[in-house]
Design a binder for this molecule. Structure first.
Ligand SMILES: Nc1ncnc2c1ncn2[C@@H]1O[C@H](COP(=O)(O)OP(=O)(O)OP(=O)(O)O)[C@@H](O)[C@H]1O
Ligand SMILES: [Mg+2]
Length: 278
């Protein structure tokens, strides 16, 4: 069954007065960020988006999350057009977006509170998800008393405790050290395997993309479209050793091959486009 269908999505931003960009030698005050994105995502799939900086990955996630409208085209969630944030969709950002005045437990409980779940069940569910991420002994700590990796675990536990149908993750591990990052990747896969959530995950790391994904979606440089969709046919459950397998290496080359020209193009665009912000 299709969970999310993105059809011909275009997004254009009107720049502020005095700002312009140069497109094909012409100055314009409109910035087209996404241009004709088509993507169908099945229920329970783990999709990873990669693409050069500025290719509209975060904007696409915002559109799928109902946080910003598409300028053209539509996104359907379970056959319904998305026009506002859906309570069954959770979002995890790169920064640890926790409430600093709430403990770890109360932060996770918050996701259940807004869904009207009774206090007792809230606490039980929140504890269960904190335990899944190895944080049972830290439930009374405030975010400032937790390491970056722990804070991001709390943020993911909070997103998952709400039992979302769709989990949108925008570079959630980018700020973490390499070891913590690999541990969180495998924790995320383990829990995803248990709860059947559809995940759309954005990263700049090719290894992270391949390790996690059912399919890697490679975006073009701005204006972003889908350049290539690569099926990652690696067995699950995946353990860390899979990264050194020959199959993994073949995927590494394949993704980089698709990405390289786009990254180069994006960099050239920046070099030619000092006009931004004039
Ligand atoms: N509200 C806005 N108004 C104008 N331009 C915007 C707005 N939001 C995003 N943009 C522009 O849209 C383009 C795509 O942004 P987006 O954040 O989606 O890129 P990205 O692919 O997520 O990049 P990165 O990998 O660096 O996170 C950028 O050029 C950005 O400046
Ligand atoms: Mg982004």
């Amino acid at each position: 069954m299709d969970r999310i269908v993105v059809t011909d999505v275009k997004k254009t931003f009107q720049l502020k007065p005095g700002q312009y960009v140069t497109v094909d030698g012409q100055d314009t005050d409109e910035l087209t960020v996404l241009n004709g994105v088509d993507l169908t995502i099945r229920k329970g799939e783990f999709i990873v988006l990669v693409g050069p900086s500025g290719s509209g990955k975060s904007v696409l996630l915002d559109i799928i999350g109902g946080l910003t409208p598409a300028s053209q085209g539509v996104v359907h969630l379970n056959g319904q057009q998305i026009v506002k944030p859906d309570p069954k969709t959770s979002y995890v950002f790169q920064q640890y977006a926790l409430f600093p005045w709430r403990t770890a437990l109360a932060n996770v409980e918050y996701a259940l509170e807004v869904r009207g779940i009774a206090q007792k069940e809230r606490t039980e569910t929140a504890r269960r998800f904190l335990s899944l991420f190895g944080l049972r002994d830290f439930e009374d700590r405030f975010p400032s008393q937790l390491s970056g990796g722990m804070q991001q675990r709390v943020a993911i536990a909070r997103a998952l405790a709400a039992n979302p149908e769709v989990l949108l993750m925008d570079e959630p591990f980018a700020a973490l050290d390499a070891q913590t990052r690999e541990i969180l990747q495998s924790e995320l896969l383990k829990i995803w395997g248990e709860i059947n959530t559809t995940v759309i995950f954005v990263t700049h790391s090719i290894d992270e993309a391949i390790y996690l994904a059912d399919r890697v979606v490679v975006m073009t440089a701005r204006p972003g479209t889908v350049k290539q969709v690569i099926d990652i046919d690696l067995p699950r459950p995946r353990d860390g050793d899979i990264r050194s397998s020959p199959e993994f290496n073949t995927y590494r080359h394949q993704v980089w091959e698709a990405l390289r020209d786009e990254v180069n193009k994006a960099q050239k665009d920046w070099a030619l486009s000092p006009a931004f912000g004039h």
